[in-house]
Write a protein that binds this ligand. Structure first.
Ligand SMILES: Nc1ncnc2c1ncn2[C@@H]1O[C@H](COP(=O)(O)OP(=O)(O)OP(=O)(O)O)[C@@H](O)[C@H]1O
Length: 267
């Protein structure tokens, strides 16, 4: 479980966090979205104990595993040495360390490259190595900052499956991304950050309720597009009033992208 309450962090005149609240239950994946500079990284740094908040509190049950956005790896050592180093720092020894390295490498599809130097890995492999460092100590709280950037589709799927598995095993996961379909795939709840606060929180369905979708009717030489919160009723009304043949009908339900745009531009 992770529970952040009223976090405040200022850097000079800049308020990075201005009363940031986020509670994530064991087994839950919370997708944290928000524009650049919304405070996501600052929140991670405070939750991981790397930076002190000016006010507020964070309670985390169990180890906190974090994969930061900016890669922090030593280029001249191998993936295995990297994982052993991070596992050692987390207190793992001997057999449990070796096992944790194997499991994390397997989950992040790194088994083949375990004995390669970090400097010769592809960008996606480096990012997965970073994510693997967060998994080693069987964390109760997992903080992942855009781990799929640069990953090919197969790797992305493996990575998302690993995140899901960790949540199913009881971890509270916060998953930062600018790529919203991933959150639907992860069945994540959503937290939208803006200007250092969480301004919307809930399941995708809860947050999408009330947002307009779109109905499009294609005619022989024309197209009618209507933005509506009730596509079925709107479509029925459109069809009733039309006296020309209809060539096509398209209904678009509101998406997480619509929500994000709506909230990101809200005052
Ligand atoms: N060490 C620092 N010194 C000064 N300002 C900082 C520092 N760290 C963060 N900030 C500022 O705090 C604000 C929040 O930054 P943060 O990195 O938390 O945003 P973010 O949501 O992670 O953005 P992104 O999506 O770009 O990663 C920004 O205005 C940033 O410039």
């Amino acid at each position: 479980m992770l529970n952040a309450n009223g976090l405040v962090k200022r850097y000079g005149d800049v308020t990075a966090l201005g009363g940031f609240d986020l509670r994530v239950e064991p087994g839950e994946i919370a997708g944290l979205v928000g524009h650049n500079g919304a405070g996501k990284t600052t929140f991670f740094e405070i939750a991981a104990g790397l930076v002190r908040a000016d006010a507020g509190s964070v309670v985390a049950r169990g180890e906190v595993g974090m994969a930061p956005q900016q890669l922090a790896l030593y280029p001249s050592v191998t993936v295995r040495e990297t994982l052993r180093l991070f596992g050692g720092l987390a207190g793992l020894r001997r057999r449990s360390l070796a096992r944790a390295v194997d499991v994390a490498a397997e989950e992040m599809a790194l088994t083949e490259v375990l004995d390669r130097r970090v400097s010769v890995l592809s960008g996606g492999q480096q990012r997965r190595t970073q994510a693997a460092t967060a998994l080693l100590a069987d964390p109760g709280v997992l903080l992942l900052d855009e781990p799929t950037v640069g990953a090919d589709p197969e790797t992305r799927a493996a990575l998302l499956a690993a995140v899901r598995r960790r949540a199913d095993g009881g971890a509270a996961v916060v998953y930062c991304t600018h790529y919203l379909p991933e959150l639907a795939e992860l069945e994540a709840t959503i937290a939208v950050a803006r200007n250092g606060r969480v301004i919307a929180r809930g399941t995708g369905a809860e947050l999408l309720k009330g947002l307009p979708g779109e109905v499009r009717v294609t005619l022989d030489d024309d197209e009618i597009t209507v933005s509506t919160t009730d596509p079925t009723a709107t479509l029925a009304a459109l069809l009733r009033d039309l006296d020309r043949p209809v060539r096509g009908i398209d209904i678009r339900q509101p998406s997480l992208d619509d929500l994000y745009r709506e909230l990101a531009h809200a005052a």
